[in-house]
Write a protein of this length. Structure first.
Length: 211
């Protein structure tokens, strides 16, 4: 299920507009969304990390845009496809900007994930190879291949479900003849793991361009 917030005020917002009522009504009447509890909203920190960047990117258009946060929960492949189809019309609208929040591999015993391909050398090299394998699949804009990658390697990508929704939305638009491509622009790890006591989180940034 996808959640939409019930709060209507966030401090230090880059805009004074928060979920246009007409859009809220459109999403709600689909029956595919739930109202986010205040506790869940307060616990979710992803948007807090994105808002400063949004504020900077949109500073010349302050108050000329609205923000529509959507929390994506654990979804089946069929649900990712269903939500992708629903949201594809909004993705097709050039006046909309989608921001998909995710990090990549959480590696280490504290994350209960220690996949290691010895052929890659150091552990951090194995992590990078694993992540970039997934990133390459995302760049292909193929939701089925991405799902198969996750099933095979179980990479601890927190935003795997919103990524899946995006890839399915793109698939719907490609059926209509829309041309688009995705490229990753940067990749980093919080630290370089060299032994089993180490841990790290990977981060990546990419952009989908619709032509």
């Amino acid at each position: 299920m996808l959640d939409i917030p019930t709060v209507d005020l966030v401090q230090h917002m880059p805009t004074n507009k928060w979920i246009p009522p007409s859009l809220y009504a459109d999403l709600w009447k689909t029956g595919m969304f739930e109202r986010m509890s205040l506790q869940t909203d307060e616990d979710e920190h992803s948007i807090e990390m994105h808002l400063p960047y949004t504020a900077k990117a949109m500073e010349s258009h302050k108050d000329d845009f609205a923000i529509v946060p959507v929390l994506v929960g654990a979804l089946s492949e069929s649900k990712e496809q269903e939500y992708g189809k629903l949201l594809s019309k909004y993705l097709a609208d050039p006046s909309n900007l989608f921001v998909i929040s995710s990090d990549f591999c959480h590696w280490g015993q504290r994350f209960r994930y220690t996949y290691y391909d010895e052929s890659q050398g150091e552990i951090y090299r194995s992590i990078e190879h694993l992540d970039k394998m997934g990133m390459g699949i995302i760049e292909q804009l193929d939701p089925i291949s991405f799902s198969n990658y996750l099933k095979k390697y179980h990479n601890t990508i927190c935003g795997r479900h919103p990524i899946g929704v995006l890839l399915n939305a793109v698939t719907e638009l490609k059926k209509l003849g829309m041309d688009m491509n995705f490229s990753f622009l940067n990749y980093a790890q919080s630290s370089q793991c060299r032994n089993w006591q180490d841990s790290s989180v990977s981060y990546a940034a990419g952009a989908l361009v619709v032509h």
